[in-house]
Design a protein. Structure first.
Length: 631
């Protein structure tokens, strides 16, 4: 047997031909020639510097020519392997590198890896807190531009950037847009400043983003240093940053009741000199109990004001436990204390020598030191009451139940009837307290008598109002609407109407025919899919929803349109609930590290290490199509 090689597309070493051919007759000992396959190689064309679309065509054509020259019927073999996006100053889509290099031999059916220029990238700057024009200038400075612009109601300065996408620190190709969310001027109510000291008024205004305007000095019935009038008036809506004019009283401030340190600070702040004297008082130590001149008096600047500061005169509380209220009160009054009876108590563990109606305990307790003139609270002893066992009357007739409960020492209250399919008509269906529990004899026992023909309300939660009311009435019940969710003005926003959040009674409770069923109602979610993202921001702000937005590349949707929403049309809205939408953006505008572009015989797709949501890949179309350019 002799063998020799022959170029072939078959696996190396495979017999691809023989002489003589199979089936022919040959003399014994004649040589049999076998032809073994060797790989067909092709010279790799040089495509560096070409557009990626042209490069794909050149490589495919080289494979077809090589296959045709090698043997008839061979399938085209040379193709493009992986295509990797790379930073490069060359025009986007230009091949910057290939492997194998141009001119090298490679087996037929091999693949050529390409690196394609993606254009230069820059880091997205942090624009939060900038005015819109300053943010636009910052983007232009690094080679980017402003994309979608939306607004959000805030309590801050108008036209300030409060959100952006992509986030700061992400890398983006030069010339691509950055979406901005800017604040819209909001209105705040003017606080009530009348009666406040000037410093306190300033803090109140600054807390709402407002400022003090013109200050006028006035003399009247107010306390010196306090606001007597304001413009705009309290409650009037003004823009954030607006000024509020004040009238401030020139009279002496009233400081009685304030702590010593606070009173001194107030008086010295308006140019008065303060002296202090100690005054025995039941008030807390260092509390101002009087002043001279009194509040509202007109005095010149630097005039001396004397304040009386409380010093506590302590006395020990005498014993009152075991005494009659009058004797205990006399002992307390002898110590210059005041007293009052605040209640009665039963204490089986207390000293048996303490008679019913005598002082069982008092607070403060015996021996405690208190300020002379303080109040002492007394609790008197009450006779113990032994609880009784409540008989179980469920299932008895009403007459039998009344007899049993009264015989056990309880009074009876007949409550509303109760639907039941277990207890006979006019028999007790429920009682409170329950049977076989203990209760005080003066507590009435409520019994509810069974009625027949009860119905269960249908479950109408999440139904639209009209459908829910129809379902309730269909079983002989009467719906009652409850708007306490606070979301009722929906005509402009919620074409799906209002829905039922909850119902009372529920569908598991039996009720009498004709009973009322309360329906808790509120807003339902509209459909935003296919619309601009701007109304989503306004809707979320109006109904106080926690909004989050994700962006996804799309060749189907126009930029800035909502492609997906987390709550479907008709879903109930609860203020504060989370709500998210996906917004379309053109392919190639989202850059996070290196994009790997994988080519197979049918199409080219993008793989990213950080997809925005599960299932994202089925929404991404081809990017580089052989012969079709960039899609």
């Amino acid at each position: 047997v002799d063998d020799e090689t022959r170029p072939s597309g078959a696996t190396a070493g495979t017999v691809v031909a023989q002489e003589p051919k199979a089936g022919t007759r040959a003399p014994i000992d004649e040589a049999l020639h076998l032809f073994l396959a060797t790989p067909v190689t092709v010279e790799v064309p040089r495509v560096v510097g070409r557009d990626v679309t042209a490069a794909v065509e050149v490589i495919g054509k080289a494979g077809e020519d090589a296959a045709g020259a090698a043997f008839t019927g061979a399938a085209p073999g040379l193709s493009v392997g992986s295509v990797t996006a790379a930073d490069s100053p060359k025009p986007p889509g230009t091949v910057t590198r290939q492997d194998p290099a141009g001119g090298e031999q490679t087996p037929l059916h091999g693949a050529v890896a390409l690196w394609v220029a993606a254009g230069a990238t820059v880091e997205v700057p942090d624009l939060a807190g900038m005015q819109r024009r300053a943010a636009q200038a910052a983007l232009v400075e690094v080679g980017l531009r402003v994309g979608l612009l939306s607004t959000r109601m805030t309590g801050g300065t108008a036209n300030t950037v409060v959100g952006q996408y992509p986030e700061p620190g992400r890398r983006l190709r030069t010339g691509l847009p950055v979406d901005l969310v800017v604040s819209k001027a909001s209105l705040v109510p003017t606080p009530n400043l009348v009666g406040l000291l000037l410093d306190a008024a300033k803090e109140a205004l600054e807390g709402r983003g407002l400022r003090i305007g013109q200050i006028e000095r006035a003399t009247g019935a107010g306390v010196r240093g306090t606001v007597t009038d304001q413009s705009p008036e309290a409650g009037e809506l003004v823009k954030v940053g607006a000024k509020v004019a004040l009238d401030v009283e020139d009279g002496v401030p009233g400081v009685v009741g304030l702590a010593k340190e606070a009173a001194v600070a107030i008086l010295e702040a308006i140019g008065l000199t303060v002296t202090m004297r100690e005054v025995p008082s039941p008030e807390a130590a260092d509390t101002v109990v009087d002043q001279d001149p009194p509040a509202l008096a007109e005095v010149p600047a630097h005039r001396e004001v004397t304040i009386g500061v409380a010093v506590q005169d302590l006395v020990a509380v005498p014993r009152g436990v075991g005494l009659s209220p009058s004797d205990a009160g006399a002992a307390l009054e002898a110590s210059e204390l005041i007293w009052r009876v605040v209640g009665f108590e039963v204490d089986p563990a207390a000293d048996a020598a303490i008679a019913v109606g005598s002082v069982l305990r008092h607070a403060p307790a015996e021996g405690d030191e208190v300020v002379r003139g303080s109040e002492v609270s007394l609790w008197l002893r009450e006779a113990a009451v032994v609880p009784l066992l409540v008989p179980n009357v469920v299932g008895l007739s009403l007459h039998e139940a009344l007899v049993a409960l009264q015989a056990a020492g309880f009074s009876v209250v007949v409550g509303p009837t109760m639907p039941s399919d277990v207890v006979a008509l006019d028999h007790v269906a429920a009682q409170m307290p329950p049977g076989d529990t203990e209760a005080l004899p003066d507590r009435p026992v409520e019994v509810r008598v069974a009625v027949q023909g009860a119905v269960a309300p249908p479950d109408v939660r999440r139904l639209l109002i009209a459908a829910a009311m129809a379902a309730i009435r269909a079983v002989g019940l009467e719906p009652v609407l409850d708007d306490s969710t606070g979301i009722t003005d929906l005509d402009d926003w919620v074409p799906w109407g209002r829905v039922v959040f909850d119902q009372n009674p529920s569908s598991t409770v039996l009720v009498e025919p004709g009973s009322s069923v309360t329906l808790l109602i509120g807003a339902a979610m509209p459909s935003f899919v296919g619309g601009d993202v701007g109304p989503v921001h306004d809707f979320a702000a109006r109904f106080n929803l926690s909004l989050s937005i994700a962006y996804e590349e799309s060749v189907v949707w126009d930029p800035g349109l909502v492609t997906l929403q987390s709550l479907g049309p008709g879903e109930p809205i609860v203020p504060g609930m989370p709500f998210s939408v996906n917004v379309s953006t053109p392919p190639g505008e989202i850059v996070d590290g290196t994009d790997l572009i994988v080519v197979d015989p049918g199409r080219t797709g993008i793989l990213r290490p950080d997809p925005f949501r599960p299932g994202r890949f089925d929404r991404i179309g081809p990017v580089f199509r052989p012969g079709g350019g960039i899609g």
